[in-house]
Design a protein around this ligand. Structure first.
Ligand SMILES: [Zn+2]
Length: 423
């Protein structure tokens, strides 16, 4: 649907192109928390940005489109019936359910950022990226060993054991070889198209460049004590990170970096500024990086960094932070500078993934799943792209023909090229 200021013909093309979503969190069927029909909405105990709150009326649009919801309200009895209606669709569609959801919004493929590979997420529709934040947590970090970092330390132990490495390797060199490089090689062999970090949820993006000689004794102390204090821990992380992204480039695994705002009470926004990684982008010039979510509020910094040949930008999640008109400004800025490097994405997530990422207990909100978010976010992303391109055509910045080319780049081609989805 074209908004005021959008060219109707161009918008129709955008609405009808089959997109490739560069970043989202689809759920394996059956893993969503079932929810309570008597209390179908369970809000978090901190305030989300307005548009992300559970009573956003756009959910009514999504429920109508996906499950045939006929009401325009959030009445508990109606929502209890709606949970049953949604469950019925899941049951009927079975293993084809998640692919059916993609069809509803004309998404051809969705890059799956999830920890679970699953037969309801077939790789021809859901190519996947490996979560690697755990690689930065070989030990606990003292004293702030809370929330996501505790979860990540536990995950690091599980991942190491799954690679057949029963004990923490005694030296940093062996840790890099036997855990980090082995995990990347294993992920690549299992078909991963990239790796994903959500670093600013637990620390800043200011990765320094320490030497092996500086870090090796710290690593050894960590093995001996099981924990390191914050400054020592950071140096170990910085070293591991640099090694990992260099190897990712060698293996043609793209790197998705969370940049910009994060929804979580303890999130530190200033540590999410992508400019903090400028030296990394230069050093790891053979590695492709994606600045997730357009780095809002650091959107201008993100556009400037697109000048690095290996740095790309996307608007996943920005399309739920922002309404279409505000998002269209962000999109237009990127397209006026580096039109070949902006990608469509949704970041569609269920509350289960949200809780996991934030290190808080997940709430059971099955009516606010990745499917509903996808429907809302996809509409916003396409409308914002329509507004941005229509404005550029109206102002004589690009021709209508160029606008059509940009639609194809943003919605499909650049995502495919960035992740080498088509060879
Ligand atoms: Zn995400």
């Amino acid at each position: 649907m074209a908004l005021i200021g959008a060219d109707t013909g161009l918008q129709r093309e955008i609405d009808n192109i089959w997109g490739i979503d560069d970043h989202a969190h689809p759920m394996p069927l059956g893993l969503e928390l079932p929810g309570d029909p008597a209390a179908p909405i369970q809000p978090y105990d901190f305030e989300l940005p307005k548009r992300m709150r559970p009573y956003n009326p756009e959910y009514l649009d999504a429920w109508a489109a996906l499950w045939g919801y006929e009401h325009r309200d959030f009445e508990t009895a109606h929502l209890g019936d709606l949970i049953a209606a949604k469950n019925k669709v899941m049951e009927t569609r079975g293993t084809g359910y998640n692919s059916w959801v993609l069809d509803q919004v004309k998404i051809d493929r969705m890059v799956n950022i999830n920890i679970n590979l699953h037969d309801t997420l077939p790789s021809d529709r859901f190519p996947w990226c490996a979560h690697v934040e755990w690689t930065l947590y070989p030990f606990a970090c003292e004293p702030a060993h809370t929330g996501p970092s505790r979860m990540l330390t536990a995950a690091a132990t599980r991942k190491r054991e799954a690679l057949g490495v029963a004990e923490a390797p005694p030296t940093l060199e062996r840790f890099i070889d036997e855990v980090i490089l082995a995990y990347l090689a294993d992920s690549k062999a299992r078909g991963a198209v990239g790796i994903k970090y959500n670093t600013p949820y637990s620390r800043g993006l200011d990765f320094s460049d320490p030497t092996y000689e500086e870090v090796a004794p710290l690593y050894a102390a960590g093995v001996a004590r099981g924990a390191l204090e914050a400054a020592e821990h950071k140096a170990v992380q910085d070293y591991i990170f640099r090694k990992t992204v260099l190897e990712a480039g060698r293996l043609h695994l793209a790197v998705q970096m969370h940049t910009g705002y994060g929804v979580q009470p303890q999130f530190r926004i200033r540590g999410s500024n992508p400019l903090l990684m400028e030296d990394v982008f230069r050093q790891a010039s053979g590695t492709r990086f994606m600045l997730l979510h357009g780095s809002w509020p650091f959107t201008r910094e993100a556009v400037a960094l697109m000048g690095f040949p290996n740095v790309y930008n996307d608007f996943s999640c920005a399309d739920i932070y922002h309404y279409p008109r505000a998002l269209s400004d962000q999109i237009r800025q990127a397209l006026e500078w580096f039109p070949e490097k902006l990608m469509y994405g949704t970041d569609a997530y269920s509350d289960w993934a949200f809780g996991m990422l934030s290190g808080i207990p997940s709430k059971a909100n099955p009516l606010h799943g990745w499917e509903e978010k996808l429907w809302i976010i996809d509409r916003t992303g396409r409308q914002a792209l329509g507004l941005a391109l229509s404005g550029m055509v109206a102002d004589g910045v690009i021709s209508f023909k160029e606008a059509e080319t940009y639609v194809s780049w943003v919605m499909r081609d650049t995502v495919s090229r960035f992740h080498k989805l088509d060879g």
